[in-house]
Ligand binder design. Structure first.
Ligand code: NDP
Ligand code: AKG
Length: 479
């Protein structure tokens, strides 16, 4: 097959055992390419190559790693339009968002290039005379990175960049729905001089390739983003192998709108947070918790703005909402729309939308008159759907916001400093937004949540060093 895109193992492009088709969810007649699925033996070959390459890589020191990450960042920036085109084509994110995501990936590599030079330790006085103590950070070794389909550039970047910055070797398994963007990033990382074996791309199904990463004895840590069910399965496997583990999973993120909110700001924040990127963000505002006094005006304005959103192909510059990523995800979304009506909600939108091409187009949906106990208000849908829950006051809003199995992002729209402050302190979430959408985070600060949303130490920002290094305590006696 002439257009086969291969796995990168020990610096060589290798074919795996079969090819999978990558198709455009905006236009099913558009075959993007064929991508090689790695085998369990490929994972083993990559893990051994990674382990063998580590000593030379670590001996090169932080400046070489910083320079490499900086070159990668510059190349990603230079190719942002074409990589963004691939991302929009395979994932369905509209082109402007896709290019912005690729630029964010470049910023992440640049940021961790700087962090490579800032790895710090501690010198601590010993309780014993004549003894010195140093606490230093060391790489983990070979790390397995398993990424989802909804951020095909940014999430691989925010795992790969700190892993390399802090001296590890990487086995990256991207989601099977979006191998194209990962393949372009892998080519850049390889061409910019990452040593053979230090960065390996292993495409293919999670049930085979992802699982083999988790099971491999040379892999010392796993960082995963995806569903709770897969996260739990990985946690069991990682515990068996005593691996360090970081899981970023779902959300059912509350956005509270109080009576004293600026209506324009609240509608804009909820429109963005709930529906942009087709709602396929773990930080999406999927529960809109609205105080009684502003409820009707807010719902009217938000429904108008939602219905005016143009749903269409990701590469059409007039589209504001791209397609759903896959038929399985679309079926799930439509089932939740039907469930919302069955649970007693008044449903606005949510039906299939016509497009100029055959794709997975769905109108965004509001589930009005929802209660927090309904399944549509408590289960992650991961589509362009938001439940609206009416509450009487701030205390009820906070209680509803906190009544969830998840705790990733939480927002409040209010003009009251007192309520904003109380919410920031009392909401149970890893990220809090005041008068901002719950989704759309900065690239240089920690990302993650509490309860069912996250497990292990934080991703992104300076805190990523916690996961990608281990601590060594050295005692020395000078006599
Ligand atoms: N928190 C988030 O950001 C995300 C949450 N989700 C949630 O998950 C739902 C389903 O999406 P889906 O893509 O199936 O998510 P998964 O959790 O199945 O996939 C995430 C990643 O894990 C891999 N994987 C799957 N099974 C295993 C396994 N047994 N061992 C190791 N790795 C594995 C996948 O590979 P492969 O692609 O080959 O299956 C993919 O790379 C969505 O509807 C949404 O609710 C989805 C994506 C992101
Ligand atoms: O909201 C964002 O910017 C990031 C969201 C995210 O990482 C996710 O949905 O997986």
């Amino acid at each position: 097959m002439t257009d086969a895109h291969l796995n990168l193992i020990d610096g060589n492009w290798l074919p795996g055992d079969h090819l999978t088709e990558n198709r455009n969810p905006s236009d099913l007649s558009d075959l993007i390419g064929h991508y090689a699925a790695a085998t369990v033996e490929d994972v083993d070959r990559a893990a051994r190559a990674a382990q063998a390459a580590l000593p030379a890589w670590q001996a090169r020191g932080p400046l070489a790693r910083a320079d490499l990450l900086d070159r990668i960042a510059r190349r990603i920036d230079a190719e942002a339009e074409s990589i963004g085109h691939m991302l929009a084509r395979e994932e369905g994110k509209i082109l402007s968002e896709a290019i912005a995501e690729v630029r964010r990936a470049a910023q992440i590599f640049r940021f961790y290039g700087g962090e490579a030079l800032r790895i710090a330790g501690d010198a601590i006085a010993s309780v014993r005379p004549g003894v010195d103590i140093e606490v230093t950070r060391e790489p983990l070794g070979v790390v397995g990175l398993i990424t989802p389909w909804n951020f095909p550039a940014a999430i691989p970047a925010w795992k790969v960049a700190p892993a390399l910055a802090f001296g590890n070797a990487v086995l990256l398994k991207p989601a099977d729905l979006v191998p194209g963007t990962a393949h372009l990033l892998a080519r850049i990382i390889h061409e910019q001089g990452c040593p053979a074996g230090i960065f390996n791309l292993l495409m293919g199904p999670g049930s085979v390739v992802g699982r083999a990463l988790v099971d491999h004895p040379l892999v010392s840590a796993i960082s995963f983003t995806g569903s709770v069910a897969t996260g739990r399965a990985i946690a069991r496997g990682a515990a068996e192998g005593m691996k360090k583990l970081q899981l970023e999973m779902g959300g059912k993120n509350p956005m509270v709108v109080l009576d004293d909110a600026d209506l324009e700001i609240a509608v804009a924040a909820c429109l963005n947070g709930a529906f942009f990127s087709t709602g396929q963000r773990c930080t999406a505002s999927s529960r809109l918790i609205v105080q009684a006094g502003i409820h009707d005006a807010f719902v009217t304005r938000l429904a108008e703005a939602m219905q005016a959103l143009r749903v269409g192909p990701a590469l059409d510059p007039s589209s504001q909402i791209g397609p759903v990523v896959s038929p399985a995800q679309l079926r799930g979304n439509l089932d939740y729309v039907a469930l919302a009506a069955a649970e007693g909600c008044e449903v606005v939108g949510g039906s299939l939308a016509d497009g100029p091409t055959e794709g997975f187009f769905q109108r965004p949906a509001l589930f009005l008159k929802a209660r927090n106990t309904m399944r549509v208000a408590s289960e992650e849908i991961f589509g362009p759907c938001a439940a609206v829950i009416r509450v009487e006051d701030f205390d009820e809003a906070l209680a509803v916001a906190n009544d969830s199995d998840y705790g990733l992002s939480a927002g409040i729209c209010t003009g009251s400093l007192r309520h904003a402050r109380a919410f920031r302190h009392r909401v149970r979430a890893g990220m809090v937004m005041v008068n901002l959408p719950t989704a759309g985070v900065d690239f240089h600060v920690p990302f993650g949540g509490t309860r069912g949303s996250s497990h292990g130490s934080r991703e992104q920002g300076r805190q990523a060093v916690e996961f990608y290094t281990t601590v060594k305590t050295s005692y020395s006696f000078g006599g």
